[in-house]
Design a protein around this ligand. Structure first.
Ligand SMILES: C[S@@+](CC[C@H](N)C(=O)[O-])C[C@H]1O[C@@H](n2cnc3c(N)ncnc32)[C@H](O)[C@@H]1O
Length: 474
């Protein structure tokens, strides 16, 4: 999903926030300072600190068309107009896809031995507005350029009201095998307040199509903390989500973005938005309801049935490299994040320049290992697996990082927000952790992983990640 693609990861860390607030996921972010890393690090690709060195096997493709802009949305989109159900012959879509394919073709690859793509994610915008034959041409261009594994995970974001069973079947025939359905809420009044181009009837129609077409792997997006959303409404949305039986659920806490309609109308924490305490309650309720229904809460905002974690998004959390194509999308190649222009005209010039070898987006900049460490800390602590401390033992961070981090987290281990685990992933009790810290023993010998607890540690993630940053860069 594109939330991931456009919002700087670092912007989610609000070091001065007083009350726990969960930031919704932002992954393949356009970081303000693109981090790169020393090239002389040891080639242990299993370490997230070095994972970026492996050639990319994932591609994000941005399809920006929407019928209209939702009131919370600040993504780079092209609003086609509410009545635009027939997108078959829309030249705006056709021309964009041609441009996008040119971008893919003009992209430099590191070597001829690059592995084929294992994941492709069509994010938006509303990719389900794009006619399947154009989706097919993108897939074919990717296949010719990079190769595509026969069992690649191919995800597409779809909006209720923009597809019928015929379109769904055509997409499945092309190899699309994962659907991400943007439902957001199950209450007509909330959908209307969000400026969604669909109502609740279209939500149920979309669920029916997904079921009848036999889509096995699909995700539902929900937003919590919407204006005038009550705890009862949220409970109802979660209950109906569980009833619909998606294999994956993404729960995002509303981000009120500047420049959006919500940004003009509302101030976070003030009525009719829920207070931060209420938002935290919504988060706890989601975690409890979905966990009880058999979903693993594998990342701050992501829940999946076993085996249905989103492989594409795992690329982001594991600090692995990925391609990105299309308006405003951000790639992560060779340790460098690069954002494409968000405006169509500029994106057109970008593609033109790329074709004429006038874009230099692979500068061999030597950015410090600390920047990469911060990325890894932030990405890892968002996951239930947590941070693998082993990769921080290298001399690049000196010997003090792990002990400093453990000391800084001491009160949070005690309060239950942070969990320390040994190399067998057994959680240490707070007393065990305390006695290792006080004994003068090498803490690295005992603590192998650190993770945030679910839900309270995740709720404090911004603060806890800031504390970890301070341990890296005192
Ligand atoms: C790229 S958007 C999906 C677009 C798709 N057309 C739709 O509206 O469902 C991915 C998801 O990000 C979430 N999202 C977008 N903007 C958000 C915001 N400001 N706050 C919270 N969640 C947001 C929504 O749940 C949305 O489904």
């Amino acid at each position: 999903m594109l939330r991931s693609t456009f919002t700087p990861i670092l912007s989610t860390i609000r070091s001065n926030s007083k009350i726990p607030k969960v930031s919704f996921p932002v992954f393949n972010a356009s970081l303000q300072t693109p981090p790169t890393v020393r090239r002389n690090a040891s080639p242990d690709q299993s370490s997230p600190l070095l994972a970026y060195q492996s050639p990319p096997t994932s591609a994000y493709v941005h399809l920006p068309f929407c019928r209209k802009r939702c009131h919370y949305c600040d993504f780079p989109i092209v609003a086609l107009g509410s009545s635009s159900h027939q997108t078959q012959d829309d030249p705006r879509i056709f021309n964009y896809i041609q441009l996008l394919c040119r971008e893919i073709e003009a992209t430099k690859t590191e070597s001829i031995n690059n592995p084929p793509l294992e994941t492709v994610f069509f994010g938006g915008g509303t990719p389900s507005l794009v006619p399947p034959e154009l989706v097919s041409s993108i897939l074919e261009t990717l296949r010719l350029k990079f190769g595509l594994c026969s069992d690649a995970e191919i995800s597409i974001e779809m909006d209720p009201g923009t597809f019928d069973a015929r379109k769904m079947i055509e997409l499945l025939k092309l190899g699309v095998n994962r659907v991400s359905l943007g439902v957001q809420a199950f209450q007509e009044e909330l959908l209307r307040a969000c400026g969604r181009a669909h109502g609740i009837d279209e939500v149920y129609e979309a669920l029916e199509i997904i079921n009848s077409c036999g889509v096995e792997n699909w995700s539902m997006d929900l937003i919590s903390s919407l204006p005038n959303q009550t705890l009862e409404m949220w409970e109802e949305s979660l209950g109906l989500t569980v009833k619909a039986q998606p294999t994956h659920v993404s729960v995002y806490d509303l981000q009120v973005e500047q420049g959006t309609k919500f940004g003009v109308l509302y101030t976070p924490g003030e009525f009719p938005l829920p207070s931060e305490t209420q938002s935290a309650e919504y988060y706890r309720m989601a975690s409890k309801t979905l966990s009880n229904a058999g979903y693993n809460h594998y990342e701050i905002s992501s829940y999946g049935k076993s085996g249905y974690e989103c492989k594409h998004n795992l690329t982001y959390w594991q600090n692995r490299s990925f391609y990105a194509f299309g308006l405003g999308s951000a790639s992560y190649l060779d340790g460098t994040r690069f954002s494409r222009p968000r405006k169509m005209k500029e994106y057109m010039s970008y593609v033109h320049n790329l074709e004429n070898a006038m874009v230099d987006n692979d500068v061999d900049s030597h950015v410090d290992a600390k920047d990469m460490a911060m990325d890894v800390v932030m990405l890892s602590l968002r996951t239930c697996r947590g941070l693998n401390l082993k990769c921080f033992r290298s001399e690049a961070f000196g010997s003090s990082f792990v002990p400093s981090l453990c000391k800084a987290f001491r009160p949070y281990v005690k309060s239950g927000h942070v969990v320390c685990l040994d190399d067998q992933r057994r959680a240490l009790t707070a007393d065990e952790f305390d006695s290792v810290l006080s004994s003068g023993h090498e803490i690295e010998e005992v603590v192998a992983f650190i993770r945030l607890s679910d839900p309270d540690g995740f709720l404090l993630s911004n603060e806890l990640i800031s504390i970890a940053f301070a341990a890296i860069s005192p």
